[in-house]
Design a protein around this ligand. Structure first.
Ligand SMILES: C[S@@+](CC[C@H](N)C(=O)[O-])C[C@H]1O[C@@H](n2cnc3c(N)ncnc32)[C@H](O)[C@@H]1O
Length: 296
């Protein structure tokens, strides 16, 4: 029996054999809710990447710009500021994320958000002169199809710029909390390079191949190694709450018995403590800054 509108939507997607079913379910379920509930912490953790993307684009005041996998819209709002006479549109598969992003529009008239699966969505009704994304392009089951779709929407010679994570080895901030908690709450979902996950685009050769077969040329893929504060600056307790309640580890924490939850919390606390520098839990991270132009 169909219980809610969301269940009904899920049933329809299953009937249509929705290609991104697992990701759609995750981002319309626990993934989306957790992100919305901790959006300030996610935005604080990922804030430095916004100027990197915005400054890589040659935006003009009247440009139409798209943000892919926009989440709660931090990058879209920054893009809108750069195109006061144009428009910025954020697209995301998650209903909860888009609902939250829409609520952040305020008085702005050049900013909008819509629910869309980039891989299957029809033309958004604008021909973007620039397409951007902060960690929103790694979750497609058929990435070539998604980037073909984007190229078919884009204006001639449109710019594309996104950031995505390099390998898990160069991003210990993602894997370490899971390794610390695993003996007590079980392994978090595997994050496989090449599969829809934060590490889908870890291999730059794969990125280059996807872009060149989907209508994007003049690619530049730059390695950026830096650091981040997990969940943004904050106390050790706040960071532990963020990783155990706001990431995929929350699934194991919900299912574990109270003793295992306590042990996992202690283990993550002890394991992250050496990385707290007085401001927050600071760890290395590595991304690819990817730029390309729509092929003529
Ligand atoms: C890691 S989050 C990043 C969110 C946002 N870009 C940010 O930086 O705050 C990844 C986002 O991609 C979205 N997403 C995943 N698969 C998608 C798809 N097929 N179409 C559109 N959005 C998708 C998720 O819902 C999620 O909001």
């Amino acid at each position: 029996m169909v219980a809610t509108a969301r269940d009904f939507d899920k049933t329809l997607r299953e009937m249509a054999n929705q290609p991104n079913q697992m990701q759609a379910d995750y981002w319309n379920g626990i993934g989306g809710t957790q992100w919305v509930n901790r959006k300030e912490r996610f935005d604080s953790q990922l804030g430095t990447f916004i100027p990197l993307i915005v400054d890589s684009l040659e935006l003009r005041p009247n440009d139409a710009v798209l943000d892919i996998g926009c989440g709660t819209g931090a990058l879209t709002r920054a893009l809108a500021d750069k195109v006061p006479d144009g428009s910025a549109l954020g697209l995301d598969i998650s209903e909860a994320m888009i609902e939250d992003a829409l609520a952040s529009r305020g008085e702005r008239t050049n900013l909008d958000f819509r629910i869309a699966d980039i891989q299957t969505a029809s033309h958004p009704g604008i021909a973007p002169r620039a397409i951007a994304s902060r960690f929103g392009v790694m979750f497609f089951s058929q990435p070539t199809k998604a980037f073909e779709n984007l190229a078919s929407w884009a204006a001639p010679e449109a710019e594309l710029c996104f950031v995505c994570w390099q390998s898990p080895q160069l991003n210990p901030w993602i894997g370490l909390p899971g390794e610390l908690a695993e003996p007590f709450i079980g392994a978090p979902p595997a994050l496989e390079p090449g599969q829809p996950s934060p590490f889908a685009f870890a291999d730059p050769n794969l990125i280059a191949s996807i872009l060149s077969t989907s209508g994007w040329t003049e690619q530049a893929i730059h390695a950026v190694k830096t650091h981040l504060y997990i969940g943004g600056p904050g106390s050790l307790d706040q960071t532990v709450e963020f990783v155990l309640g706001g990431t995929s580890l929350a699934i194991g924490m919900r299912e574990a018995d109270p003793e295992s939850v306590a042990k996992a919390t202690d283990a993550v606390h002890a394991g992250l403590a050496p990385y707290h520098d007085g401001i927050g839990v600071r760890m290395d991270c590595a991304i690819w800054l990817v730029r390309a132009t729509k092929a003529g």
